[in-house]
Design a protein around this ligand. Sequence first.
Ligand code: ADP
Ligand code: MG
Length: 740
Amino acid sequence: MNSPENSSVDRVHAVLRDTFGFASFRPHQQQLVDGILQGKDVFGIMPTGGGKSLCYQLPAVVADGCAIVVSPLIALMKDQVDAALSNGIRAACANSSMSIDERTAAARAYGGGELDLLYVAPERLAADGVLERLRHCPTGAPAFFAIDEAHCLSEWGHDFRPDYLVLGKLRDAFPDVPIAAFTATATQKVASDIATRLQLRDPVRVRASFDRANLFYEVRAKRDWETQIVEFVRSRPGQSGIIYRTTRKSVEATAGLLNANGISARAYHAGLAASERSATQDAFIRDDSSIIVATIAFGMGIDKSDVRFVVHGDIPKNIESYYQETGRAGRDGEPSHCLLLYSPGDAVKIRRFCDDIVDDAERQRTLDLLREMERFASVPACRRKSILHYFEEDYTEENCGGCDYCAGEFAEVDATRDAQIVLSAIARSGERFGAVHICDIVTGAATAKIRQFGHDLLKTYGIGKGQPKAYWRSVLDALIAAGILKVSDDTYGVPKLTEEAWEVMRGQRKFARHEDTRTEREKTSSRRGAAAAVDDIAYHHGLFEHLRTKRKEIADAAGLPPYIVFADKTLRQMAAYMPTDNAQFSQLHGIGTHKLATYSKAFLEAIANYLQQHPEAARDRQRLTAATPPAATIKRPRGETYQITLDMLRQGLSIEAIAKARGVVMSTVEGHVAQLIESGEEINWKSIVPAETASLLRNLFEQHGSGALSPIIAAADGAASYGQARILRAVIAAESADES
Ligand code: ADP
Ligand code: MG
């Protein structure tokens, strides 16, 4: 017998499967869903693509009555309603873009108890008498309020909307109705602001990791941006992507460049007429135009889930913007690529704009954030770790496997002598000058400032002429990143020497920097990274394209964006499993009962037709096993660098010897080994991790779980290295995969 609680749990899972067509919850979703269904307030802070919509849509289906969802943008609202309707959820919206008749129809449906979800714009709630009418609605109070993009409530956030302030009245007007708040951007300050303004009552709080595991981050020196961008896009045919540029002029130039090279792309910036902008946005959402070149005016309010790449042609103004903009890639959880083209000169241009900021403190803050972004772009280090560090999240993986640095694109080289040159220029000029001036001294620039301070007389003046300024800047940046130089907190950000700096100068300490090992060719035609890993199942490409065309046809006829009809992942599964009946079809990702009823006939037919015309395709059919298709696993890219390590291992070289021969540290090689094991390679790890260490690690993993490595390392108390723990974790995972 089911207790009432159990049956509600069953109901939640049934709705997840039957309405949404998903096999399981994403991390944290269930906690939020359960909280709402228990009548509690909830507060979910989850990154873009984390799956926030489901957290309120699912309880809206399960609970009695209609949930009211507040969402800031009309375009977004329409998309969300379309997506809900396509899953058979009774949804409608009310906003100022609708005619009076349409709004009246929505109000009537609400009043008649015919809705599960009503999306409203905040300005609707603020309108005269609306809250009053809601309160006296004959069908009772709303089931709950969901506030999407809740950071719009906070003046500290990056997207404050005065309209949202009306939400502060909800609690008093509806003391018994739960409030659920969701946002993807919350510093502590914004988060507590949201909770206060909404008067949340002891909410179920969830703060998910901001790690976007399916995004591959890559930074490349911007040399010949025309070739770099054209080649990058060309190597990804058919994929949707956004290319960000800073100015309208460069947006136009880049779009023109792509079109001239036979790649259809549309431009988007604030200088275009509103009608043109919305047409472009629509074309992108509907897959009529897969590439958009835009200023940062583009993106907010776009839920297109299958954006496969985001390119930054210029440096963004801070890490937060970079994270938000790259975050528009891969909402569907599929591998996606983020490329930043970096040139120190671009930051100089932004810095000039900063001169217009009147408020001193504000200007300084803006400059500091830009400086941090520059460091992110110029210092070779795990990109993921740097981003998460910005959000005060500790990322403890030794190798993220999802950025250029961790993919082994950089080699460690000794740079002690060059470090000494930079440090000595700083010491001799009295630790009073900024990075630009220091590099001027080292390269022997003839500036007025150099003459004014007599720096052309210093011993280090011009000693580094043989290398460009950018090189010396990168050495200086690397010294800051390594903590050997500390930047002063005042407005000038002057590099200051630390004790370690003196040790380097005295030759008591070595300094290594990372050098980009990619050849020019590789750099411009990068097909590595996520792009290579998109296919998590082997599927028939011809059939996939055929189904894609079918999807576009059906979507256009229904006036829907294709990704709302089916995710790419669903199409790939169709092209892999080639279902022949409804029972098989219903097992695919994202197919609930409604989509099954609406689309299965058309797609089963399309598959059958294709197989009739291309009988050989049937050979590629994968077996559809168990009740659910395999969960998507992100296959990590396996570049050349892993192959080299593998070859050397096969030749019997030790980790130490490989590290030495390749000019990298041992932990890098150990990271390669772990990834090779994870990707199913047979490796004689017993010669790498001694039996004693291995059994200690096995015990520790048993006790602490095999998630984070840091507790294991701490408990091992010096008896095992990070690299060894990483390898053993891979071994354990591979063993348990073999057993199951
Ligand atoms: P957010 O609003 O947090 O940015 P969305 O709600 O738009 O994210 O969801 C992002 C994508 O993830 C959507 O394509 C959605 O269908 C998908 N998704 C959400 N929950 C799940 C789940 N439990 N299983 C599989 N896919 C999911
Ligand atoms: Mg959302």
